[in-house]
Every structure is written in C-alpha cells, then in structure tokens.
Design a protein around this ligand. Structure first.
Ligand SMILES: Cc1ncc(COP(=O)(O)O)c(C=O)c1O
Length: 450
C-alpha cells in the first residue's frame, strides 16, 4: 500500500503529480482584503477595516427567533423556493410599485449564485458598468461569457451610460460577440450612488432597441439614505425584459445566512428564462436552505420591528459614510456624496503628484497596497471594480467601524450621532491621521494641499 511519505518516483503512476494546473480563479477581491485585514489583526497590528461589504449591524432578535423556530426543517423543498417565501417576496416588490406574481419568483442561497445562474441560463455576453461590483465580470467569465465594460455617466454609479451602451453593443456584435444582457446596480456598490430615473429610462430604451435583458441588482434598495427618494427600477420601464434580484444580506445584515430572491419577467421570454434558471438551480443548489426560507418569508413580509431596524441602520450608514466622506474630502480627495448603502468612492486624482513623488504611487492598486501595508487601512482599488488602473479611486466601506461586538453595534444603531461614539470617532481620527500623512509633502513638510 503506498503511503504519503513514499518518494514520488516510488509511487504508482496513479498518485503522480498532475501535468496541468487548475484554472486560475483568484479569490474575490472583497473577500481577499478581508482576509488580509484579519491576518494583520492576528499579528497584533492596528487596522482600519474599510474593505469588506459587510453591513456591520446585528441580526434582529426576532429574525433570529424565526430562524431557530425552523431549524427542524431538513427536507429540500421546491427548487424555486417555498410558496410562503415566494408570496412574501412578491408582496415586498408589490409594495415598491412592482406587482409580482409569486410564480415568477425564484429563491436561492444568496443573490450571488442567483446572478451566476441567470448568466448561465441566458448564455451570451453581458455588459457591466465600469466601475461595478467585483463579481459580475468574474461570474461572466466563469460562465464562459465576455464581460463588456461600459463607463457610467458622471455621478451616477451602477448603470452603464446609455449612449455608450448602444455603441458598445453594436461594436461587440460586429466582432461576432453575442451580447444578451446588461447588469445594473441600483443603488450602486462601489460608488454608493443611485442612478437617476432619466438615465434608467434611457438605458431601458437602449435595451429594448438592442434586444437585451436587463438584470437589476437591487440588494441595496432599502438603504437609500433619503428614504423618500424612489429607486428607479428598470422593471418599471422595461418589465418584459428585466430581472430584479435582492437578498437579506445587506438591509438585514444576514449575508452569512445565504438567502436571495429573483423576480423574473412575465410573458413567454420570462417563463422560458424561469424554467432555465430552475434547471441550473436544480443542478447546483437544489433548493435554498429551508430554515432560511422560513426566516426570509417573515422578513419579506416587513413586520414593523424589522422595518424600524432597517430605518435605524439606514440612518447609521448615512451618518458614518457621510463622516468618512468628509475626512477624505478634508485630505484633498474628490468624493461624490454617498447616497445609499455603506460605500463611498473617493478619487485621489487631485493628490496624484504628491502621491507619486512621496510614495511612488502610480495606480489605484499602488495606493491601496500602501494603505494596507504601511497603515493597516484595508480598502479596495477602483481597478478591482473594472475602473481604469491609473485612476486613483478606491472603494471605502466603513460599516465594520460600527463596533467590535454586538453591544457596540446596538449602541451605534441607537445613537443620535453615531460618528461621535468613542470607537467610531477614534477610527475616524486615525483615518484623518493616515490621510494627512499620505498627503504631506516630503520636501516641505507641509500638507500638499491647503
Ligand atoms: C451589488 C451586490 N450584489 C450582490 C451581493 C451579494 O449578495 P448575496 O449575499 O445575496 O449573495 C453583494 C455583496 O457584496 C453586492 O454588493
């Protein structure tokens, strides 16, 4: 019997090393920065975790109770999800102006696998915004499709510029590509902004004219900082071709529970896509976890205690993202005002010369590497989101500053001025210190920008 300790040449051919390497699929950038920060923390370094898109608030106890009450559900259940969950999700969308037949809803273990399954079901290439959430382009490539990046209009993240979209689709088709879909994020990660209704309407017109499905990732929909501001879902303007996805991960901070839902279009195309999606789901995850589906049905029914919890988290995200934006602006970066979720997207273009001279920084990746290695500040370069590598933009996610434990996080949720809480204020001050150090000119010892 061969053992692991035998020299390779003495082993039978059946246990020799393989002659090829597996496909290179790097860890998703958001998860990778999280691991780098955790490693630094274990080594005793002071860190500022601003890289990972975790909502940073506690699970509401009522939601946890619902999950516990369903722990005994061990059966697989229907591939599309339970009737109770699909009805609750349909109600959730109907309250947002999108009347929904529960038969068009499909549940999955998070919206990420649902998005991948949608791309696999659609086949063909897909347009994504530049910048856009790290996983769309990566998933398209895994699905064998070409991600075609199209810049967003200024100040409106998440939606490819409609004028550039039309042009990009025509050019891609001319070189033989089979473009079938465009992905939008409303509100947006990484920029924390919400595209305007006018832009979304124009995008829908282009999608109709050029025969594209619109996949609208609305996972941050309930976290628009100004709650009265409506989110212009493409499902309002191009209902026959729009798929909407959402999940419990962000508004209820249950990312680890892995539960998402998709709303497919009605009509013949929607039904065919639904069947194909179920086919892919049946081969990959069979059904979303049954206890989670039970808890999600409760959540999508929007009981008052959860609505209040989301209201408080929205206020917390707005306060801290706003305070962090102020610190970046004070250091000389250009920062579009965060409008939703817990992200901001500062641009260090105005500090390019001093960053290059003092630190040899030429690209966003140089800058974020410097921030991580020298200062323990974990952020992600815009290039991870498909932005130009030389653009000195980065995504900053301040939600892990809310607290080290649930006691602090509850205090942050309850505080009228969360940025003044000692642990958040000290993180903000550390951030200012780092940013100031970055932008001080070596030659004069003076800040580069007054
Ligand atoms: C835009 C966007 N969509 C989807 C997801 C992932 O969602 P889920 O946890 O439902 O898989 C994220 C998480 O970071 C996200 O930012």
């Amino acid at each position: 019997m061969p053992t692991q300790n035998q020299p390779l040449q003495n082993r039978p051919a059946s246990v020799r090393a393989l002659s090829f390497s597996p496909r290179q699929v790097p860890l998703s950038a958001t998860l990778a920065v999280n691991e780098a920060i955790a490693r630094k923390r274990r080594e005793g370094e002071r860190v500022l975790p601003l890289g990972f898109g975790e909502a940073g608030i506690p699970i509401h106890p009522a939601l946890a109770r619902e999950l516990e009450s369903a722990a005994g559900r061990g059966a697989y259940g229907p591939v599309a999800g339970s009737a109770a969950l699909r009805a609750a999700a349909a109600g959730y969308w109907a309250r947002r102006g999108l009347p929904t037949d529960p038969s068009t809803v499909v549940a999955g273990p998070g919206s990420k696998p649902l998005l991948f399954a949608l791309l696999a079901s659609l086949g063909g290439d897909v347009v994504v915004a530049a910048p856009s959430w790290v996983s769309y382009a990566a998933q398209a490539s895994l699905a064998g499709a070409e991600p075609i990046r199209v810049a967003t209009p200024p100040g409106e993240g998440g939606v490819p510029s409609p004028a550039l979209l039309a042009d990009a689709v025509v050019r891609a088709r001319t070189r033989g590509r089979d473009v079938r879909a465009v992905v939008v994020t409303l509100p947006d990660n990484p920029t924390g902004t919400v595209a305007s209704e006018a832009t979304v309407r124009r995008l829908c017109a282009v999608a109709r004219e050029h025969d594209l499905v619109v996949i609208s990732d609305e996972i941050y929909r309930d976290l628009v900082h100004a709650p009265e501001r409506a989110v212009p879902s493409p499902a309002l303007y191009a209902p026959e071709r729009t798929v909407v996805t959402t999940a419990l991960s962000k508004s209820l901070a249950a990312g680890g529970w892995r539960l998402g839902v998709a709303r497919l279009p009605e009509g013949p195309f929607g039904r065919a896509l639904h069947d194909s999606l179920l086919g892919v789901a049946s081969e990959i995850w069979s059904s979303a976890p049954a206890p989670m589906q039970h808890a999600a049905a409760y959540a999508f029914a929007e009981p008052p205690e959860l609505v209040e919890h989301i209201d408080r988290s929205r206020r917390l995200h707005a306060a801290v993202a706003g305070a962090v934006a102020d610190r970046f602006a004070a250091a000389g970066a250009r920062v579009p005002r965060p409008e939703a979720a817990f992200y901001l997207y500062p641009d260090f273009g105005p500090l390019r010369d001093v960053l290059s001279e003092n630190h040899g920084v030429r690209t966003a990746a140089d800058l974020t590497h410097l921030l991580l290695e020298r200062y323990g500040v974990g952020v992600l370069p815009g290039s991870s989101f498909g932005d130009a590598p030389s653009a000195l933009r980065m995504r900053v996610a301040p939600s892990l500053l809310y607290g080290e434990d649930d006691e602090q996080r509850h205090a942050a949720l309850a505080a009228p001025a969360p940025a003044a809480l000692p642990w958040i204020a000290s993180a903000l001050d550390r951030l200012s210190e780092v940013l100031e150090d970055l932008s001080v000119s070596v030659t004069t010892g003076e800040p580069a920008l007054a």
